[in-house]
Design a protein around this ligand. Structure first.
Ligand code: GRF
Length: 216
């Protein structure tokens, strides 16, 4: 399966996909990496891996529609079959999400539907949540809201701050993003009544990341 990965920054989830493709865990290849921001670390990772990469800087387009047309053309030219948003920080219009309906996924650092949007970890700590996590979901017109594929959960510890929590959740993100892409590439995902069913995964698609060893 040909993947197109959209990034805006660091690219650690991109790196997880690069590594998984290289080690044959994933029956997939990354055909193109596109960043809407120039000179980000994720582009360096893609170049180092010898991948085709492109910067499509949203600032050079007069509106979202034109930016997305460029994005869409680049994805189609590269023969992309699945779009993976990996820290891509642009809101997408329904024209784009409908074009890629069922063929675009996102990773979000919270247990959706709680905490869509930004600053998820500080909001979860602030709210006194006992657990935090991450969600891989299909992209829909509403931001951070499409059908859920897999979630990871980890306890929030009394001494956690947004950075310590983000670091722990990020490790889990890398696991579940690769797992989600793998199921899709293997043709194991089906939708039933707006929910995602995964063939052979009866216990549900979830991943538990235990707290660090010293924690109670
Ligand atoms: C991740 O936490 C992801 O869930 C969110 O943005 C962050 C991107 O990190 N959407 P990276 O660029 O993959 O390292």
């Amino acid at each position: 399966m040909k993947l197109g990965v959209l990034i805006s920054g660091r690219g650690s989830n991109l790196q997880a996909l690069i590594d998984a493709c290289a080690s044959n865990i994933l029956p997939a290849e990354i055909s193109i990496v596109i960043s809407n921001r120039p000179n980000v670390a994720g582009l360096e990772r893609a170049e180092k891996a010898g991948l085709k990469c492109l910067t499509i800087d949203h600032k050079f387009y007069k509106d979202r529609e034109n930016f997305e047309l460029a994005l869409n053309d680049a994805l189609e030219d590269a023969g992309v079959e699945l779009v993976c948003l990996a820290g891509f920080m642009r809101v997408l219009t329904s024209t784009f999400t409908e074009r890629w309906s069922g063929k675009a996924i996102n990773i979000h650092p919270s247990l959706l539907p709680s905490f869509p949007g930004l600053n998820t970890h500080s909001r979860a700590i602030e709210a006194g949540c006992r657990f935090a996590g991450a969600t891989v979901h299909f992209v829909s017109a509403e931001m951070d809201a499409g059908p859920i594929i897999i979630q990871a959960v980890t306890p929030i510890l009394p001494n956690d701050n947004p950075d310590s929590l983000a670091a722990r959740v990020l490790k889990a993100e890398h696991e579940i993003y690769v797992q989600a892409v793998r199921w899709i590439a293997e043709g194991k995902l089906f939708k039933e009544n707006g929910k995602v069913i995964i063939e052979g995964v009866e216990s549900g698609a979830s991943y538990y990341l235990p707290p660090p060893h010293s924690a109670v």
